[in-house]
Design a protein around this ligand. Structure first.
Ligand code: SF4
Ligand code: SF4
Length: 484
């Protein structure tokens, strides 16, 4: 039986196993061949720009504030220079929904373009760690040879230096991650102060360095296969019009190796000897397996769109190179859609895309409206817990309140609180009328109201909060009084 026929049988069983798992359930380590070609060059440029952006992100400031800071522990969130508080949860919900739907819409149209070109996991893995590996251990065949070699001086030196550099890179990424999470100023303190002052921060740095080292040195493609939720959701997001890295089976089949084709032409083999049906004609795929050998996920894209494919484009470059050599047009593997390949028709504005776009527009509009209505100060006034009312001389009743004022801007704001309804007096019991930027102040005050203005047990009362002579918000709460 010819090798082509063997491979065809193997290929028919491709859904029965994972390329990265062997028959005993162990790991099949992937040794992808070093890619080259126009897409790889373009991805290098994009990766360089994005790496520059990732590493400078915590140090870029908008109006003196970080571009992005997500400090979950201190509950400080800065996105594009705008500070958000946990009280802005409603904004976060609409923002997240719009973001998720945006991702779904983008994926439905463009497939996993993000995974191949902009995902930090792909960029660090393929453009940083894999390159270091090629540089130290050589191309795939050299790496396999080194793996099988006994532990001699060369192997110890190569493996040792690779893992030392990998850990160094993981340490850098861990610091970058912390700078995003805690903000650059806290991160600078963490790395410049004596270690004894930041034991928790330094522990986090060491733990994250270990995690990133494990991800890039050992887990690799397993992160995309089993950890990343985006990859797992492809099957529900993609349809026959989505643009994917695709093998043009109409043009490529029936595939056969060059040697086998010659044997059929010379009459030494019949078409049936190659596992093909009588009357089958040869397509452009010469079954050279270059597209499989460069794949960092270990898959054969000729089996169709697969969950494992991150659209890294390495197989496009490898196949284009083969097409150049055999004098056929490039693009046997290319960005395309199932419908475009099968019937040369591709619809862009499908009902699904239009539906997603309409909902996304509604979410974005709501988000922008809510954002524009968001005030700089947020005031909460509650009657002091556990207190009732007090009867005062002159037929007046008093209640005690606590006030919390959050300043969502980065500048100090002086505010004034006034009771507007019903008529009464507001007496400070320790109120602070100035709130530093990005801070919360708390205070107490008393409200005295004449009985004639009360509605019995519970009366609604309203305050206004003023700053710089402007009314910022109205706050309503309740006032307790006697039941008559
Ligand atoms: S099939 Fe092609 S695009 Fe997909 S991961 Fe493999 S090499 Fe990259
Ligand atoms: S690189 Fe191209 S010609 Fe070679 S096996 Fe893959 S699809 Fe076929």
């Amino acid at each position: 039986m010819s090798k082509t026929k063997d491979r065809r049988i193997e290929q028919d069983q491709f859904r029965d196993y994972l390329a990265t798992v062997n028959e005993k359930g162990g790991r099949n380590w992937i040794y992808p061949k070093k890619p080259s070609g126009r897409y790889y060059r373009a991805r290098n440029i994009v990766a360089l720009l994005l790496l520059g952006f990732f590493f400078s992100g915590p140090f870029i400031e908008i109006n003196g504030q970080p571009l992005l800071m997500i400090d979950v522990i201190e509950r400080e969130f800065v996105i594009f220079g705008v500070a958000f508080w946990p009280q802005d949860l409603h904004l976060l919900v609409f923002g997240m929904l719009a973001f998720i739907l945006g991702v779904v819409l983008f994926t439905t149209i463009f497939g996993r373009l993000f995974c191949g070109w902009a995902c930090p996991q792909t960029i660090f893995m393929e453009m940083v760690f894999r390159r270091i590996e090629y540089w130290i251990e050589g191309d795939a065949s050299d790496q396999i040879r080194l793996k099988k070699a006994p532990w001699n001086a060369e192997k110890i030196l190569k493996k040792g230096s690779k893992h030392a550099i990998f850990y160094g890179m993981a340490f850098l990424i861990s610091n970058l991650f912390l700078a995003y999470v805690m903000g650059k100023d806290d991160w600078i303190e963490l790395v410049t102060d004596p270690p004894s002052e930041h034991l928790a921060g330094l522990s986090a740095m060491i733990i994250f360095s270990g995690v990133f080292y494990g991800v890039f040195a050992f887990m690799r493609e397993q992160v995309c296969h089993f950890v990343c939720p985006y990859g797992r959701m492809q099957s529900v997001m993609l349809d026959n019009n989505s643009i994917n890295v695709m093998y043009d089976y109409v043009r490529g089949e029936s595939r056969a190796r060059v040697g086998d084709r010659k044997k059929v032409e010379s009459g030494a083999f019949s078409i049936a000897d190659l596992g093909l049906e009588e009357g089958a004609t040869f397509g452009d795929c010469i079954d050279c397996y270059q597209c499989v050998q460069v794949c960092p996920m270990g898959i054969d894209i000729r089996n169709g769109t697969q969950l494992e494919c991150t659209h890294c484009t390495a197989c496009i470059d490898a196949c284009d190179d083969i097409m150049d050599k055999i004098d056929k047009p490039r693009g046997l593997i290319r960005y395309s859609s199932e419908n475009a390949i099968r019937s040369e028709k591709r619809k862009i504005l499908t009902p699904r895309i239009m539906g997603y776009s309409a909902v996304l527009l509604a979410l974005l509009t709501t988000f922008v409206v809510l954002l524009s209505m968001r005030s700089d100060l947020e005031t909460t006034i509650l009657r002091e817990r556990g207190t009732l009312f007090q009867e005062l001389p002159d037929n007046r009743i008093s209640n005690i309140y606590t006030i919390k004022v959050i300043n969502k801007t980065f500048e100090e704001i002086d505010y004034e609180l006034a009771l507007i309804s019903p008529p009464g007096q507001l007496v400070s019991l320790g109120m602070i009328n100035s709130v530093p930027g990005q801070s919360l102040v708390e205070g107490r005050f008393m409200v005295q109201i004449s009985k004639e203005h009360l509605d019995g047990l519970q009366t609604d009362i309203s305050f206004i909060v003023m700053a710089d002579g402007e009314q910022i918000e109205t706050v309503k709460t309740g006032f307790l009084g006697p039941n008559n």
